[in-house]
Write a protein that binds this ligand. Sequence first.
Ligand SMILES: [Zn+2]
Length: 253
Amino acid sequence: MVEVIPQPDDAGPFAWSANGPRVTRCFTRRGTGASRAPYAGLNLGSRVEDNPAAVARNRATAAAALGLGEERVVYLHQVHGADVAVLDSVPDREPVADALVTTTPGLGLAVLAADCVPVLLADEITGVIGAAHVGRPGLVAGTVAAVVAAMRACGATAIDAAVGPAVCGACYEVPQQMHDEVVALVPEADAVSATGTPAVDIARGVLAQLRALGVPATQVLGCTRESDDLYSYRRDGRTGRHAGLIVLRFNSS
Ligand SMILES: [Zn+2]
């Protein structure tokens, strides 16, 4: 059910991108962009104290690579919850939520991450798309189930998902009690760190949640903490954010 695709080594803004019959999905990489250290590269996060002008230029670059104007991509004010914003147009302000759903062609959806798991979902047949940001709290809160339910409420019947680069289990050490709380709810997230201490594997937990919901998934490999071409809060603390981006195209070609 899970297909693993290594990251291509190219010079574009994307670590991975895919064009389905109606939907384009991609995960950005750090690469080159307008931001300077400690955000250097294509930082798309607007809440990390980077220069707003640099972030705006980077967001324009990412949107253009998707074939969209920058004003057509919706970002979120992410709060590690399970709320889903269902949109049919660009809102006046960034929704406070961790997932987005739309059926509107030409409306790009973005989720930001720097170790957490970006998830891009689509039903290519009915034309329902979604994006979710899932960290440890979201894994426990049920963000994946919430976005899938919202998509199904919009008419989706055959969703598949792309799970983006995230911190791997070996790099995500947590206190024993935290480990136990997560694993009690999502046993598949059980992991051991590189030094043999308790850890959690959020991406593996997300994949298990998708599988339980009947949603086939593709995992894009790449540990954020181990790859200099991805942003990692665990590695760097003060740093930027890469993104998962998805859009339902106007035509079906
Ligand atoms: Zn790792």
